[in-house]
Each structure stands twice: as structure tokens, then as C-alpha cells.
Design a protein around this ligand. Structure first.
Ligand SMILES: [Zn+2]
Length: 135
């Protein structure tokens, strides 16, 4: 069982990063526990507890754990902040992770793999200088 020290230090970093970027912050708790391995983390409506799944976490190499937890906890933290729309949360996660870790990072690849395919197409189109838009 991993300790809570790393997830909490990452949560503190996320709270600072989101506050700096959006001016918003809230308090959150972290609970590590095993559940359906297809789900990396979740929050319950109206609560500030971020549940992080220990089953997929165990298979993450130690060099990638910090970036993995950053992506998973950031996603759930956006929900705790009150952003319910799943596609929007995934898109915001890609944006913040790319700025922080860069586009060659594991965190970027992970967040892109979790993003809505429509947003992946959009994000990739911006990189190649021919922006697409649904507007
Ligand atoms: Zn979500």
C-alpha cells in the first residue's frame, strides 16, 4: 500500500497550480483504495474526497508515479471545484499538464489518452498550425 505522502504533496502542488492559473481553490482530501481498475479515480457529488485507485497505480513505474498522480488528482480536483462536465475536465487537464510537464512528457501522453477524441483532434490540429474549430 503506497503512503499518502506523495499523493498529498502532489495535491498541494495542484492546488497551487490551479490557484495560480484560474484564481480558484478549494480544500480536498485523498483516499487511496482499490476499486474497478478501469476507473483511475473518482469523487462523489457534494464531497471533497478524491478516491485514487491503488490497482492501476501499482503498475505505474516509480519514475512515472508523480506525473500519473498529477494527472489523476488534477482531473478529480477539477470536479471538486465544481466542474462536472467530463469532456471539459479532460480538456482542461490536457492543457494544464502540457504547460507544466511539456508535450514530450508521460503526463501529457496520459492526459491525451484520457481526453475526448474530438479534443485530441483539435489539440493536434493546433500543433500543426492549421487550427480546426467547431465554432
Ligand atoms: Zn471525471
Amino acid at each position: 500500500m503506497p503512503t499518502l505522502e506523495t499523493p498529498y504533496s502532489i495535491l498541494n502542488e495542484i492546488v497551487r497550480d490551479v490557484l495560480a492559473k484560474s484564481g480558484r481553490s478549494t480544500s480536498a482530501e485523498i483516499q487511496l483504495m482499490p476499486f474497478d481498475p478501469r476507473v483511475l479515480g473518482f469523487v462523489k457529488a457534494g464531497q471533497n474526497v478524491i478516491y485514487v485507485n491503488t490497482i492501476p497505480l501499482k503498475s505505474i513505474g516509480s519514475d512515472k508515479v508523480k506525473e500519473y498522480l498529477y494527472v489523476v488528482i488534477l482531473h478529480e480536483y477539477f470536479h471538486v471545484l465544481g466542474i462536472a462536465d467530463e469532456r471539459e475536465v479532460r480538456r482542461m487537464t490536457v492543457e494544464m499538464v502540457s504547460e507544466k510537464f511539456g508535450e514530450d512528457s508521460y503526463a501529457h501522453r496520459l492526459s491525451m489518452s484520457l481526453a475526448d477524441p474530438r479534443d485530441v483532434t483539435l489539440i493536434n490540429s493546433w500543433k500543426h498550425g492549421k487550427p480546426l474549430s467547431y465554432m
